[in-house]
Design a protein around this ligand. Structure first.
Ligand SMILES: [Zn+2]
Length: 346
């Protein structure tokens, strides 16, 4: 595939994201900052279009035409006070006194009553549409904002997720994305609780350096990454709406990891959209594009969204995506399933 891409310099530069190698513009979290024209361009997966024109053929199980990779970053298991207050006030506005109180008082009833202990609910929802997903858990000790949770306390939940056939992956710590030793430690810690090897990874805050982060993840032993997306918009970061093997221009070689690029993150989608309708329109366009090109569209919906009362629109949109893609006969599944399929394809 790389040889084919190299024949077209423009396509090659877009695919490798050459301009990210020596970035001049980074945001406060060290992430590459795109200008308006690059964000505009991200709606068109030019590299995938080129590959299909050149004869690339993609097949999915049971002759499905495209895939939807569903993922959740488990940032919070216990709502921070700000979330509890927002949820509570929101319920009051809707005259829902019972839930309003629940959002504040869950702590006194025990940790397991936390509204963000909602992973089974999310799986139940997805199962209704014949879908599965990936949950990426934090196993880092440090976080810039707040204590998140002890992964050891989640042993039972990880077991349930894994037994049901959903995926547990690592949500790399904020400070770890450029630190192989730290990622290795988190991987070991999560694997010890889960009792099996991890395949998938996504970094907290989508912190990522092209191409170094891929090299680190491959060295540490991850099989796929799904961090590679836009933090302040939606779309195809390097023109790909298919999983791919990244290429390191500094070392002139392929990197031994599969990237399943992130296309829509809930927070980014609702930041760029002025309304629910606009968010849906944008999502629908990206789904339709992916379908046309037999691609894979990866969604990230944080688990807290399903347990608070001030993000009801976000949940509504997620359900709408499930309905819409179910209607199209899409393969809706987790990152590890996509990874296995992709690797065994040829
Ligand atoms: Zn996160």
């Amino acid at each position: 595939m790389h040889e084919l891409l190299k024949q077209n310099q423009k396509i090659w530069d877009l695919f490798t994201r050459k301009e990210e190698y020596y970035p001049t513009n980074l945001d406060g979290h060290g992430r590459f900052l795109y200008d308006e024209s690059a964000l505009e361009q991200a709606f068109e997966p030019k590299v995938s279009i080129y590959l299909l024109d050149q004869g690339m053929e993609i097949e999915y199980p049971e002759n499905k035409t495209f895939a939807v990779c569903l993922t959740h970053d488990v940032d919070d298991i216990y709502p921070p006070l700000s979330h509890s207050l927002l949820s509570s006030v929101n319920c009051l506005k809707n005259l829902n006194f019972h839930d309003s109180v629940t959002h504040i008082l869950w702590k006194f009833r025990g940790k397991e009553h936390s509204p963000y202990f909602n992973l089974s609910e999310i799986m139940d929802l997805e199962a209704k549409f014949g879908a599965k997903s990936s949950f990426y858990f934090i196993a880092a000790e440090d976080d810039p904002i707040r204590f998140r949770y002890y992964i050891e306390d989640m042993e039972h939940n990880l077991g349930e997720i894994s037994d049901k056939g959903w995926e547990v992956g690592l949500h790399g710590g904020y400070y770890s994305y450029n630190n192989p030793e730290a990622i290795k430690k988190e991987k070991k810690r999560l694997e010890a609780v889960l009792g099996k090897k991890l395949l998938g990874f996504r970094n907290h805050y989508l912190r990522f350096r092209t191409p170094d982060s891929w090299e680190i993840l491959a060295d540490v032993g991850f099989r796929y990454d799904s961090t590679y997306g836009l933090q302040n918009s939606v779309g195809f970061r390097n023109g790909m709406c298919h999983p791919f093997r990244p290429y390191n221009l500094k070392k002139n070689r392929e990197i031994k990891i599969l990237e399943i690029p992130l296309v829509i993150m809930d927070v980014a989608l609702f930041t760029v959209s002025k309304s629910y309708e606009e968010a849906w329109e944008c999502t629908k366009n990206l789904i339709d594009t992916t379908e046309k090109l037999n691609g894979v569209i990866t969604l990230l919906w944080h688990n807290f969204v399903f347990g608070c009362s001030f993000r009801k629109d976000w949940v509504r949109l997620y359900v709408k995506v499930l309905q819409y893609c179910y209607g199209k006969g899409a393969w809706m599944t987790s990152g590890d399933e996509i990874y296995r399929w992709w690797e065994n394809r040829s």
